[in-house]
Design a protein around this ligand. Structure first.
Ligand code: FPP
Length: 231
């Protein structure tokens, strides 16, 4: 099989990485941001076209406020330091999730970087922020219902393809490969609709330890899998 076109990643284990080193959790997130840079490069070099990263879930708000604040600060710093690099590397940034629920400063920065990278065509870096798959599906159902009530859509015309068009990922193909780090075997409310037929690769490594060679190993394993789509 060819390399996957769309890879989605649940970046897990930053907190444990920090705890193992006797560091505060946010040090794990900072180290995780370095893995993000490395995996973006590896994805681009491998011909992956879309990389969707689970950066902040709707459940992550339940973490202590100082950790949530630090995560958004880290994201803002990441955008500031990486925008020129993204442009130079022809990478476009997009986001999925309830973006209206993010802090104003983060939203402004995201809008600016999406604007400045919009002609990027080598890789789409898609950040899932304030993302929850059940929320996404509920948002879609609500929009479908409104379109039915207003007469724009006939309920009998609704099928899987039409419904996909109401999701945050409406312009994207489903992920071919899902990678999750830190050995956990859960989907954690990530892309529940879109991952129906994706191959899953679980790495025992904690996210800050997940490097280019680990990403390449996941692609190697993917190429050796046979996808049958239930056939
Ligand atoms: C999971 O580790 C990680 C997160 C909740 C956040 C992911 C964020 C980053 C990798 C930082 C930067 C991101 C970008 C896009 C620049 P965890 O805290 O759940 O770890 P644990 O399970 O060991 O506690």
């Amino acid at each position: 099989m060819d390399n996957p076109k769309h890879v989605a990643i649940i970046m897990d284990g930053n907190g444990r990485w920090a705890a193992q080193k006797g560091l505060p959790r946010i040090a794990g997130h900072s180290a995780g941001a370095k893995s993000v840079e490395e995996v973006i490069k590896a994805a681009k070099e491998s011909g992956v076209r879309i990389l969707t990263l689970y950066a902040f879930s709707t459940e992550n708000w339940k973490r202590p406020k100082h950790e949530v604040d630090a995560l958004f600060k880290l994201l803002e710093n990441y955008i500031d330091s990486q925008t020129d690099i993204l442009i130079k590397n022809d990478i476009r940034l997009s986001v999925i999730g309830r973006i209206e629920g993010l802090p104003d400063s983060v939203r402004r920065k995201l809008k600016s970087v999406m604007d400045r990278t919009k002609s990027g065509s080598s890789l789409l870096l898609n950040l899932a922020l304030n993302y929850g798959a059940r929320t996404e599906i509920v948002d879609a159902v609500r929009a479908v219902a409104k379109d039915c009530v207003s007469g724009h859509v006939n309920p009998d015309d609704m099928d899987e393809k039409a419904f996909s068009g109401y999701l945050y990922t409406k312009d994207l193909p489903d992920p071919d490969l899902l990678i999750r780090t830190s050995g956990e075997m859960r989907l954690s409310n990530f892309l529940l609709w879109q991952l129906s037929y994706s191959e899953i690769f679980i790495s025992k490594k904690l996210w800050p330890d997940f490097k280019k060679s680990d990403f390449v190993e996941a692609l190697d394993e993917y190429r050796n899998r046979q996808r049958r789509y239930g056939k």
